[in-house]
Design a protein around this ligand. Sequence first.
Ligand code: ADP
Length: 483
Amino acid sequence: MTQAITDSRFFRQECYIGGDWRSGGETIDVVNPANGETIGTVPDFGRNEARNAIAAAAEAFPAWRARTAEERGKFCRAFYEALMDNQQILGEILTLEQGKPLAEAKGEIAYGAAFFKWFAEEAVRVYGDVIPSPWTDKRIVVTKEPVGVVCSITPWNFPTAMIARKAAAALAAGCPIIAKPASQTPYSALAMGVIAEDIGLPKGVFSVITGEAAPIGDEFCENPAVKKITFTGSTAVGEELASRAIKTMKRVSMELGGNAPLIIFDDADLDKAVEGAIACKYRNAGQTCVCANRILVQSGIYDAFAEAFAKRVSGLTVGDGLKDGVDQGPLIEEKAVQKVEDHIADALSKGAQTAAGGHRHQLGGTFFEPTVLTGVTPEMVIAKDETFGPVAPLFKFDTEEEAAHMANDTEYGLASYLYTNDLGRAWRMMEALEYGMVAINEGILSTPVAPFGGVKESGVGREGSKYGLEDYLNIKYALFGGL
Ligand code: ADP
């Protein structure tokens, strides 16, 4: 199967820069996390190639912004169609390098594609404003303009969708974009380069560069031709990039870490809460920034939930994501497994118990058992740090106030979830939660039509929805005098 995937024309081992496929010099190995085997290599490009990509983007910018919104929308629509027409092979490439089950990978292709469709339609809705003038002989007009060259840095957990969320909005707004994917998962990004070429995007409007993160990031942050940095990844790297980008006053969008609470009240529908928690926690083996990191359960339903949830979790199938019937693939790398083990060991040493899993999976490598811990308390490391793995820690609370306090007791503020059948409580909690996103009686909330993003140290900016386009637009105020 691997051979068939790597023989595909979407599988490229070169970078797509300024409309050309480029290679040469050092390379980086890319490994299949399901078996540790090397899939291939990609160029280990650095500052020079990043500078070239930026120069090509800057050159492409005037003509790209000058196109009508409808024309740019058509390119976005074509990008959407191409992703969907090739969903199977793109999903296979994604699973091969990332590990998630193929059904999830194909779901990610569709999710990413949907951003191109959404922004194809939004491109034509970049409205300005006319403001009532305080002067009789002057008029005030507000227009919106593309910010200019955008550089994007994205992580390995959603190799296609994280780029799509940024690129679709940038292209629709009139900005060229350069994507730097994570070194673990470059092939999904390079496949998007193939699509950009296929649909005839002008040279330099969409480039993909692979290589060591730091030098490429340095060029992105320091090059004055770059007007915006859009990043998804860890809070530590995001804060570093933002602080450097601000030296030349670049716009920034930062989608950073989360420590999502999933709160289950006594009055919740138990079966729905269990299913929601499964989807929220074990999707992508727990490696998403919106995965429930803490499950807070009210005391009256705690034992019943723990039992039903642990039973369901024990039935999840772990394996190579390319095989049928797999619910959970491998973790991305050994370091990720060690973090999971550390979090579990710390919790157990402080009094938690294992209700399901708890160990490396018998398949070896980076496979880990879907795990449930009970009796978890706020003093444990797992309460503060994002585990980014298949471990669900169950905390106990008594009152609504206590739940809100526990949920907000973190520097993060990305996604939050709650299960209750009390409408008043749902509304009160929605207001009390210091999060950019709140899902009520649902375990999955991402969609291109809604604004994705966080508050506190989870970042700035929004992706998707009508708000997502604003992140790629500058406001211009024009005063027409002497009337
Ligand atoms: P994760 O834990 O998800 O890998 P990171 O923040 O380390 O989160 O990585 C997210 C993305 O940021 C990846 O593409 C990675 O290569 C990139 N990255 C990591 N360190 C830097 C850096 N110093 N400068 C620029 N990009 C970086």
